[in-house]
Design a protein around this ligand. Structure first.
Ligand SMILES: Nc1ncnc2c1ncn2[C@@H]1O[C@H](COP(=O)(O)OP(=O)(O)OP(=O)(O)O)[C@@H](O)[C@H]1O
Ligand SMILES: Cc1ncsc1CCO
Ligand SMILES: [Mg+2]
Length: 271
């Protein structure tokens, strides 16, 4: 079963290299450069554009749209809705990263508006963010998850409920990652605590998922692939690790060299 999955995932990987899809991001200014480079490393082509006058034109050229709430303001929230609606009309997948949504009332209100106006293909967040999306008010310290210690069954149940509520794929990142469409659930065990020590590995995971979703209609498998790439490459980057700086460089090295061989290092199962 897993071997067949590896073949299907490899097909997505090869399709990205073949198509070099354009991935439109409306994202935060902290990790925008890393997100652009991660898309390039995987074989896609990034464009960051958030001006409301041009987002419809940009998204019309793109194959996926990433909306990241990391440094949200009223203007970018408005651009997200304009671009998201256009993406829906064009049937381009929209990937939402609700960064820090537990931190403030403003983010929660804007997120609600975006989700009312835009159909999202994938919602990806850490546990605190996904709890808040579902209306569980866990106050976030900032953009990081405050507690990854809840029971795995509870985390899985939450992801399933979010998928049912918003009719989308839900990804919860953390020590183990959960990916579900509300029916099937994948659990990914790859990763390293070092991934949580550099900012933006969650944002970059969303960019990887977008890039994978841009070449297939199977958003569940595409999300699984994006998560696996980050987890496996994170593990590989710990080999002879000298510190966080070189860890990040090695993470990019491994993503740019990622093939079916690396995919076989995936530790995931289906429920
Ligand atoms: N303790 C851990 N062990 C293994 N992998 C981890 C651990 N914590 C996070 N990860 C991995 O790190 C990546 C980012 O997940 P995380 O939940 O930290 O994102 P995030 O909080 O949204 O990050 P950011 O906001 O900085 O972008 C994922 O690939 C996840 O699997
Ligand atoms: C640190 C930080 N602040 C807003 S967005 C961001 C990047 C990680 O999500
Ligand atoms: Mg995040």
């Amino acid at each position: 079963m897993i071997l067949k999955k590896i073949d299907q995932l490899t097909e997505i990987l090869l399709e990205i290299k073949k198509q070099n899809p354009l991935i439109h991001h409306i994202t935060n200014y902290v990790t925008a450069n890393d997100c652009a480079n991660i898309v390039l490393a995987l074989g896609g082509s990034p464009i960051m554009a958030d001006c409301c006058e041009e987002v419809e034109e940009i998204v019309s050229m793109a194959s996926a749209l990433t909306l990241n709430l990391g440094t949200l303001n009223e203007k970018t929230a408005n651009s997200m809705i304009i671009a998201g609606k256009k993406a829906n009309r064009l049937k381009i997948p929209v990937i939402l990263d609700p960064v820090g949504v537990g931190a403030t009332q403003f983010r929660r209100e804007m997120l609600k508006e975006i989700l009312e106006e835009v159909e999202v293909a994938v919602i990806k967040g850490n546990l605190t963010e996904i709890k808040n999306i579902y209306g569980i008010r866990e106050k976030a310290k900032g953009v990081d998850s405050v507690n990854d210690g809840i029971f795995y069954e509870e985390k899985k149940g939450l992801a399933i409920e979010v998928s049912k509520k918003f009719k989308c794929i839900t990804v919860i990142t953390g020590k183990e990652d959960i990916i579900t469409d509300g029916g099937k659930v994948y659990i990914v065990e790859n990763g390293t605590p070092l991934l949580a020590k550099i900012t933006g590995t969650g944002c970059m995971t969303a960019s990887l998922i977008s890039t994978c979703c841009s070449v297939t209609e199977n958003y569940l498998l595409a999300s699984l692939l994006g998560v696996l790439i980050m987890g496996i490459c994170g593990e590989l980057a710990t080999i002879e690790n000298r510190g966080l700086g070189s860890f990040k460089v090695k993470l990019f090295d491994h993503i740019s060299n990622f093939t079916k061989e690396e995919l076989k290092k995936g530790r995931f199962y289906e429920e």
